[in-house]
Design a protein around this ligand. Structure first.
Ligand SMILES: Nc1nc2c([nH]c(=O)n2[C@H]2C[C@H](O)[C@@H](COP(=O)(O)OP(=O)(O)OP(=O)(O)O)O2)c(=O)[nH]1
Length: 176
């Protein structure tokens, strides 16, 4: 016999049926597997942005792109690319972005680096990939400038902060 305070309590006072704990566990697993894009930390919502960048190589030179005067990080250098959209893999997002931004086609190869940098507008996680040109030649459409540099000269440009680990990695990989 249960003590009085427990005996009088309805059986479903805490858990209404066998489904509840399973549903709660499934929800928890879902949250753990796919964290939300925007995360609340210390009362502030941090915007999480997943970005891919192409390190396009041609004749031993690396293509660099300068951001325009409007928008975020004006005038800084970056690897062309952009945000991963829902349903895309990092590689398919990069192929799409390069087609849209540079009007050419790349083959996406090995990953260079993945880094996370917190900017005032959000937390950017940038993954860069080595790429070869498959067809066409990069055209200036959105950027302020495009430059082809020897790996040893990459650190002469003013890069977006998130790109600096990738720049160092490329210089090390390509013998600069
Ligand atoms: N594409 C690209 N973006 C980069 C790099 N490094 C870096 O910090 N970023 C930042 C700049 C942007 O805030 C964001 C990428 O967004 P995006 O390429 O769609 O650029 P956007 O100008 O349309 O973005 P935004 O104005 O909406 O911020 O990541 C990089 O190497 N390539």
């Amino acid at each position: 016999m249960l003590p009085g305070r427990w005996r009088d309590r309805p059986a479903n006072r805490f858990v209404s049926g066998p489904e509840r704990p399973r549903q709660a566990a499934a929800k928890l697993n879902e949250l753990v597997r796919s964290p939300p894009d925007d995360e609340q930390t210390g009362g502030q919502v941090v915007r999480k942005i997943r970005v891919v960048g192409a390190v396009i190589l041609r004749d031993g030179l690396v293509m660099c792109a300068q951001r325009g005067p409007d928008g975020s990080l004006p005038g800084l250098w970056e690897f062309p690319g952009g945000k991963i959209e829902s349903g895309e893999t990092p590689r398919s997002a990069l192929e799409r972005e390069i087609d849209e931004e540079l009007d050419c086609t790349v083959r996406v190869g090995d990953e260079v680096e993945t880094t996370t940098h917190v900017y005032p507008f959000g937390e950017v996680t940038l993954t860069t990939f080595y790429c070869d040109l498959v067809s066409g030649s990069p055209k200036l459409t959105e950027h302020a400038d495009l430059a082809w540099l020897k790996p040893a000269d990459l650190d002469t440009l003013e890069w977006a902060p998130a790109d600096i680990p990738a720049v160092r990695r490329i210089m090390a990989d390509l013998g600069a």
